[in-house]
Design a protein around this ligand. Sequence first.
Ligand code: ATP
Ligand code: MG
Length: 361
Amino acid sequence: MACSADERWRTIAGRFPLPGCLLSVRPFGSGLINTTLLVETDAPARVILQRINRRVFPEPAQVQRNLRTLHDHLASARAPERLALQLPGMIPTLDGADFLIDDEGEVWRALDFIDGTQSFDAIGDEVQAVEIGRALGHFHALLADLDPDRLHDTLPGFHVTPGYLATFDRVHADFGGERPPSLRAALEFVQARREFARVLEDAKAAGALTDRVIHGDPKLNNILFDESTGVAVAMIDLDTVKPGLIHYDLGDCLRSCCNRAGEGGAESVEFDVELCREVLAGYFAEAAHFLTGSDIAYLFDAIRLLPFELGLRFLTDHMAGDRYFHVTEPGQNLRRAQIQFQLVESIERQEKTIRSVCGSG
Ligand code: ATP
Ligand code: MG
């Protein structure tokens, strides 16, 4: 007889050293990629058990190797105060491995549960914006002296905008569907910014920007805040940590934090420059010492590029038949693309102010 999910989860949890006798294993949080479970025992400490999504990460072992490299780096030669930001500790299996593969080929890992914290799906206020920037800046600073070449690229092509543009061109060329005015407007929007799509990759090729260790997905709900003080205390979801431009992280973080309407959108979508100012103030407080003049010079471009890139990906998926981004109604990915493009327009309208907030105006 086949095991229930619950029995399977308990068996897998039992292959890790737990702090006490196993009481329960249940789904936890609102993550969209991995399966996240909370393991409780008769001891106070809790454990996060995660099944890594193999559709998204074709080489889960590399994800875990990267995590190990990060932890080893942080453990070596770190002054204690620099560890103010926690990264979830890895719990090796009873056999001492950093992950286990079950009889269905699924890859599992266990992490320390970071207690007394909460995560948010929508930004609260300016104080929280500063904390977000501080967390990202601290994360980059902690890893600024880790050679990015020591990390695997767990998602090749991620955030390389010209690659997304090439995919868009292929899908567009094959597209035989109807072209209502809203789709035509979105296509024109992309065509008018084709050259711009290369801005960060060109700067990298010219040596103006260099790869560092990036988080890859520094959105609000991947930061944990102390329940009582509101201080950012941990960065989680380290699966996309890889070599890349810190501009991808900053652009993506600001794209998601400074759009109060969210990705679902509203009638009018605006980029909130005041929130951007606070996020960057927090970021600069932690990261100013390793940022170059060139890093600063390309910040505005990053802020403009990342929503353009996401919009381009939504638009491509819309024309390809909604294969990647799940939709609940027809046209939803086109609508999502329009929202990101509205954000780009809002950023373009406010270029002068945003450049001065970035320190490049
Ligand atoms: P995403 O949709 O953000 O890509 P994911 O599937 O990769 O999500 P995570 O972000 O790693 O999953 O975790 C999902 C949720 O579980 C988090 O938002 C957080 O609430 C909780 N969580 C994960 N790891 C920990 C931890 N070590 N301590 C406390 N809570 C955690
Ligand atoms: Mg997450």
